[in-house]
Design a protein around this ligand. Structure first.
Ligand code: KE4
Length: 423
């Protein structure tokens, strides 16, 4: 079947024809591509067209698609069992691996998605501190738990309004929304509200408003303010974990959180999320403590096998350096092609994440992201798609490089960009 035939069929029974909104191409227009196969740095759609992939399933495929070692581990685990709903050795091995690679994790609980991880971390922070207020930042996304579906209040109103129908105002009444990288704004909020804050949750490198790097002193201020006021610092590393550095953004920026949420890479493409941190906090979780959390498929043996096999590849010597070098080559090449074409464009990378922007310099906060030329991005997106390069179908998403991307893929991408910048 063709992409458009499948999309028409999908829309008959699946809302918007997709199982996650961003996949519907609503931001960029056109018909979403239905994929049939993936290997290494490439995807093939149902019409047999090949693409160089820079979405990587939104982050998990850091080792490349269908890596033989990961597929073999999944096949072996599946041959034994698909699920027990009971403890297994593999879950202990994954917990040991995560706590070894991310030293701030003294204890860790596995769940099945990033949303479950952040939803639980918020509940745990409130249960541990006995406080209600949660602070998040405009432009950061932490999954679709009610308390986190909140947009910036208008003007001085720091307590947010629901960003989704179906979320009662009362549910987000305790969620404050501040501006990312606004150090003064954070200090002012804490001076007034510090004693009521249970936690700050933040993407230490923002990847859900396109890529925005933390300004110097921003993460340090969050750490200081939380410590000063007895609030918890939750670093949402669902996207940055094992992408920005082996130990996550917290290793790269030297920030020790109280809790960390993880996902994506730790499942190697299968459903795994996790939250972890200080033992005295984690021990508040059931069955030890009063904060309830549960999950039928938490620690699923097949998903854990994919995660363990992926992390073994990620921690191999030279893995991070190589993938970071490839990502830098991509970004430098795109900037050079745009310059030759006289297009107002910028790009940046950190680890194996990158951002491309149709503005002359990378945005430093949400307001500057909103100044990017979205229509120009959408034209570029489709021109690249036609030329066999699959970028994230939104101007407000980060891109991802895998270990399977090499000079051939970068050269092909830059050749496509040469044409796309000319459209
Ligand atoms: P999931 O529930 O989608 O596994 O994770 C939610 C989540 C939590 N925290 C961060 C920092 C995240 O980036 C995400 C999910 N990321 C999006 C990509 N922008 C997933 C793609 C999608 O929603 O389809």
């Amino acid at each position: 079947m063709k992409n458009d035939e499948l999309f028409a069929r999908a829309r008959k029974l699946i809302p918007g024809g997709v199982n996650s909104p961003v996949r519907a191409f609503g931001a960029v227009g056109g018909t979403p591509v239905f994929f049939a196969r993936a290997a290494g740095a490439h995807l093939w759609d149902v019409e047999g067209k090949r693409y160089v992939d820079y979405v990587g399933s939104w982050g998990p495929m850091v080792a490349g698609h269908s890596h033989p070692a990961v597929v073999a581990a999944v096949q072996a685990a599946a041959a034994n069992a698909l699920s027990y709903g009971a403890p297994t050795q593999a879950e202990v091995e994954l917990a040991e691996t995560l706590c070894r690679l991310v030293p701030s994790l003294e204890s860790v609980r596995l769940v099945s998605s990033g949303t479950e991880a952040t939803m639980t971390a918020i509940r745990l922070a409130r249960g541990f501190t006995g406080r209600s207020t949660i602070v998040k930042f405009e432009g950061c996304y932490h999954g679709h738990a009610d308390a986190l579906l909140v947009k910036a209040g208008s003007g001085a109103l720091t307590f947010g309004n629901p960003s989704s129908a179906g979320v009662p105002a009362e549910v987000v009444a305790h969620t404050a929304v501040l501006s990312y990288n606004d150090v003064a704004g954070v200090k002012a909020f804490f001076a007034k509200n510090g004693k009521s804050v249970a936690a700050i949750i933040v993407e230490p490198v923002a990847g859900n408003m396109n890529l925005v790097l933390p300004a110097s002193g921003f993460l340090e201020t969050l750490r200081e303010e939380c410590t000063r006021h007895g609030a918890l610092l939750i670093l949402d590393e669902v996207m940055t974990g094992f992408r920005v550095a082996l130990g996550g953004a917290q290793a790269r920026f030297g920030i020790k959180p109280d809790l960390t949420t993880l996902g994506k890479v730790i499942g190697g493409g299968l459903p795994v999320g996790a939250l972890g941190g200080r033992r005295e906090i984690m021990d508040k979780l059931a069955p030890l403590g009063p904060v309830y959390q549960a999950g039928t498929l938490s620690g699923n043996p097949v998903a854990v096998a994919a995660g363990l096999a992926t992390l073994r590849l990620v921690e191999q010597s030279g893995f991070q350096e190589r993938i970071e070098g490839t990502t830098r080559l991509l970004v430098e090449g795109l900037v050079a092609e745009a310059k030759k074409a006289g297009v107002a464009f910028s790009a940046q990378s950190i680890g194996s994440m990158f951002g491309v922007y149709f503005r002359t310099a990378p945005p430093k906060d949400f307001a500057e992201v909103m100044q990017c030329d979205k229509a120009r991005f959408n034209r570029f997106f489709h021109a690249m798609l036609e030329r066999g390069v699959y970028l994230a179908p939104s101007a407000y998403e980060a891109g991802f490089v895998s270990a399977a991307h090499g000079s051939a893929e970068i050269d092909a991408t830059l050749a496509a960009a040469r044409g796309a910048f000319a459209t």
